[in-house]
Ligand binder design. Structure first.
Ligand SMILES: Nc1nc2c(ncn2[C@@H]2O[C@H](COP(=O)(O)OP(=O)(O)OP(=O)(O)O)[C@@H](O)[C@H]2O)c(=O)[nH]1
Ligand SMILES: [Mg+2]
Length: 202
């Protein structure tokens, strides 16, 4: 199944569950720390400049944004977690918002965890991975901003990510950078191989 990535639209920016769209196609959600590059990845793979809103200030994405890709796939941009400068109440509200979505969304095929390729995954990332282990067949992790470190350092850090998140055979770990178009191909290759074509077989 081929996807027309020029045919994309924002379905809704949702806050509450009642606002989630009633879709029937496979869905992929991106989770990760605030500022890790979730919205940037969506813009890059869709070849749009500011479709999903990006900011150098953490905490940019406050709503759950559902993108319709060619009526065949829904990509979901979630608010980031772990942004310390927000008030406790706000952090809780956002955590609840992400929790409500991932725990109730039956359309969800895969939650992709994004971690910064320059750093050791945080305790929040490790907790997120525990959720993924319980709910997904295998884990999918994108290591973002890999243009910001050397190849050698990247190799080293990928090992650290594997270790910290306890990645296993069958899990997927893909380095990603918005500066490298090959990463776009890697993303779509994963989506086709694991989500769309796999779904057709069922
Ligand atoms: N150099 C480089 N910068 C990146 C990359 N991905 C994201 N950034 C930058 O990182 C910052 C944060 O990116 P966002 O896409 O807004 O991050 P987010 O995960 O959506 O953040 P929240 O919405 O706060 O959860 C922006 O300044 C981006 O330009 C990358 O691959 N390479
Ligand atoms: Mg964002």
């Amino acid at each position: 199944m081929k996807l027309n990535t020029n045919k994309v639209e924002l379905i809704i920016s949702a806050v509450k569950k009642v606002q989630y769209p009633n879709t029937t196609v496979p869905e992929i959600a991106l989770v990760g720390r605030s500022n890790v590059g979730k919205s940037s990845l969506i813009n890059k793979v869709l070849n749009r400049r500011n479709f999903a809103r990006v900011s150098a200030t953490p905490g940019k994405t406050a709503t759950i944004n559902f993108f319709n890709i060619d009526d065949k796939l829904t990509l979901v941009d979630l608010p980031g977690y772990g942004y310390a400068a927000k008030s406790h109440d706000e952090i809780k509200k956002w955590g609840d918002r992400i929790g409500e979505y991932i725990n109730s969304r039956h359309q969800l095929n895969q939650v992709i965890l994004l971690v910064d390729s320059r750093h050791k995954p945080s305790i929040d990332d490790v907790n997120m991975m525990k959720w993924i282990r319980q709910h997904c067949e295998y884990a999918v992790v994108f290591a973002t901003k890999c243009d910001k470190i050397s190849k050698t350092k990247l190799e080293e850090n990928l090992e650290l990510i594997i270790e910290t998140l306890d990645l296993q055979d069958g899990d997927i770990l893909i380095p990603f950078s918005t500066k490298n178009s090959e990463c776009v191909d890697d993303f779509w290759e994963y989506v086709h191989g694991c989500i769309l074509d796999d779904d057709e077989e069922k």
